[in-house]
Design a protein around this ligand. Sequence first.
Ligand code: ATP
Ligand code: MG
Length: 601
Amino acid sequence: MPAQRPSMDWPRIVKQLGESAVRPNLVDYERSCAEFTWDDARGALDGLPGGLGLNIAHEAVDRHASGPRAHHVALRCLGRHGEVRELTYSDLRDATNRFANALEALGVQAGERVFVLTGRLPELPIAVLGALKRGAVVCPLFSAFGPEPIRERLERGDGRVLVTTEVLYRRKVEPLRATLSQLDHVLLVGTGDTATSVPGTIDLATTLSAASPIYEIPATSPEAMALLHFTSGTTGAPKGAVHVHAAVIAHHATGRFALDLHPDDVYWCTADPGWVTGMSYGIISPLTHGVTSIVDEREFDARRWYQTLQDQRVTVWYTSPTAVRMLMKAGREVAKEFDLRALRFVASVGEPLNPEAVAWGAEVLGLPIHDNWWQTETGGIMISNYAAVDIKPGSMGRPLPGVEAAILRRDEKGRVVVRDGEAEESAPGEEGELALRPGWPSMFRGYLHDDERYRACFQAGWYLSGDLASRDADGYFWFVGRGDDMIKSAGHLIGPFEVESALMEHPAVAEAGVIGKPDPVAGEIVKAFVVLRPGNDATDELRLELIGFGRKRLGAAIAPKEIAFADDLPKTRSGKIMRRLLRARELGLPEGDLSTLEVTQ
Ligand code: ATP
Ligand code: MG
């Protein structure tokens, strides 16, 4: 197990920087956990005036807009051509009120579904939060989806309203509009100053300016459905996870502890808005803290990203291991051209974060990267590393205050092993399934149209995540792999992450994806697909060297027996390596649901 590395020695930092240093929200992990209750976390929010319940949009927008933060910038939107648009909390309240009024005028009722299909534009949070004010249910889609995944989700989710751009509409929705019988209204974000006049659609800008900026959020039950998120589809067809307004309690509390958000932060979440991270931590959580959130319309570019961190003086940055690996691939010289000293906290989610990447962050960004773990189903961060708590590189960290996590075992029939009426937890270091005790507010309340599948996630009083992990004696959790990606080779159960991380320690390797390939003797053998860093040639010599390197690091039983070089690895739009696709292609099997596959330009 790698040695402990302190991520932030708080007393030392105060000594160096004086009291102006930002004091982390969580300094003493054990104490924060012991003192935490979800009731207190609910108490940190306002609730709707007059005791009318709890609405996400009120907590994210209105409570700041009616207080001293009204004129604080909520969103700083960086456009495709370098243009900047700022919205204060008060601007955002008015715009979202207008959107809610527009929905009301269209006859949209509480519980009806509003889908959003746009890139990172200011209209997106306006539509999301405006729809939540109205009591409608929001479902975001990846703007890179083709027509079929859009049609399929709109139909499955009973989409009544769609907010999209003129370009996306013409390309992806118009051709199949006739088949979408439930879709009554399409609101279009135009391309310029003039109103769009696409038949069968409504121009959003015109509608918003005609609507009143005053809106009273109706009574909202904390258990009212608020969000519908389709999972990433990494392991199979995406499932529709249902979330309720009470989720905002977890969005706020986890933003405080896991992202260390403070009101004066400039925060940047790079997640695609079609993915749950783009919602929970791209829109809701930062706004509940009253921070300034950067919304960057453009896609990844190493130099421009560093430039954005520098110019916007980003203090808290939430990104993904894939993005970190792409920055690593671009080389550390690029980073040296920029002043990144405003940054004080960096976190990542979505995939295992290789220890190599944590160390790279410490060296190049001047800060280690804090891995955290969660899923569409959990709605918010569940396991995390914290600003003022030791990091063990390669570990996902420890459960958030208020979250109880365990490693459980299943028998051959898939039943959780129970002793004396209680699920039996694995011993430290032993691998098993990562499980959570139900009851946190952002827990999904169902899979859309799939009750059976939802119920199957719960056993013996636990939610079973489908991920394999272990917990060490200090309570840190270590990701092993998704249940579906595990490799069984000659009696060993091998998680791809361990093999991928070892390969990434080789200087020629930028990225690796590892699968099990059927073998008559071993059952499966480990095969790795390797993307090289620029300047390395895909030679047989290098292949042999990597096989030897793997054996030295991992031992013969776990090391890859086969290595293939690839220009790229297939990934989801949320940046996850699709090992099931690597495997299907290797074996000539059907490729399955590819709706979330990122198509590289
Ligand atoms: P599907 O369920 O449709 O196959 P998915 O599980 O990839 O897709 P998401 O809910 O977006 O959909 O992703 C959650 C999963 O991502 C987790 O279950 C886990 O496998 C992986 N993951 C997220 N964060 C981490 C992390 N820090 N370390 C390792 N894996 C992570
Ligand atoms: Mg999943």
